[in-house]
Design a protein. Sequence first.
Length: 393
Amino acid sequence: MKWGNHMTTIRTKIMEAASRIEGFDLQSFEIGPVVLESGAIQQVAPFLKEAGFNKITIAADAHTNAVLGLKLQGLIEEAGIAVQNTQISPDKQGDVIADEAALIQLILSLKATSAEAVVAVGSGTLHDISRFSAYAVGIPFISVPTAPSVDGFNSKGAPLVLHGDKITIQAIGPAAIFADLDILTEAPAALVAAGFGDMLGKYTSLFDWKFGSLAGGEIYSPVVAEMTTNALQQCVDNVDEIAQRSPEGIRILTGALLESGFAMLLLGHSHPASGAEHHLSHYWEMEFLRLGRRQILHGAKVGIACAQIAEHYHSLASRSPDLFPDEHRQTLIDEIEAIPDGNTIRALLKKVGGPILPEDLGIDEELLQRSLREAHHIRPNRYTLLRKYNETI
Ligand SMILES: [Zn+2]
């Protein structure tokens, strides 16, 4: 079966990178079809048919059902596969979140219909709900993103909200990804800006990863770091195309998000794509949940947090050199100097029409300062410069 050229491109890149990672177990590394092209949704039903699935559940929300879920349901039915549609209910604030209620809703319907696979139709949260629910009942999930908003489509980790706390559970990656450019180019500008913000976050996550490896002995892979760096650079080099939401811009952004996701998958950890900027973002999210406030797009928070962390790190590099171990001091300070400053990152976010300051998201100075002091507790075993600084002062 032909899965399209872009799939070949991404898959070839990933396999090539995997082959360069020392000691990587290529034999047991399996990635399914990754289709990134116009009309990709037409390939979902043939894939399901060929894989031998007879009963499918589509997981969507009211919005993604209207955009694609119901249409996809029709395409799968036409192929002679039984399909049931579970529309995930929003919380009291009107947000669909990966909390206990949403997970149980999907798990119960998977059990009730003896579904053999879940097709996630939506952006990051619907993927997290589907990924964990599929894992919990022991079936695969298939990814059909509706917006290039996040780099977590193909990760194994499912960030969940349990008792109001954000925790990431290792679950499963998708058996296949069908990213349809016709759908993705129609995604709202705010979701595209969020995907771009999630990519910009790599400026600080890549630094924190280097810091964690040199100062804290954490796992490191130059191949995976290079992959993530290239994905980030692609987005920055093509910011104007992405801002216009042209098919080429959306293809570049979606490809970069997928590559960043695969980079995490190759490493087996989220280090390349998640550092202090993600901890800040998670901290803000938990605060909003506690206060019963409406949720903000993950990538919007990450982009803004990245600018804050970049500013913080630039200042630490010049005024607190003792934070860096002697033997790696210069390397790490040079790495920080290579991160664009806060205002450059904000200017990039502004180009794609995203929010740029914490106050744009309703995050006041008190919450910002508190998060800068406490966010490292979100991931107690991740050694970031933010953590080192907070534990030193
Ligand atoms: Zn992210």
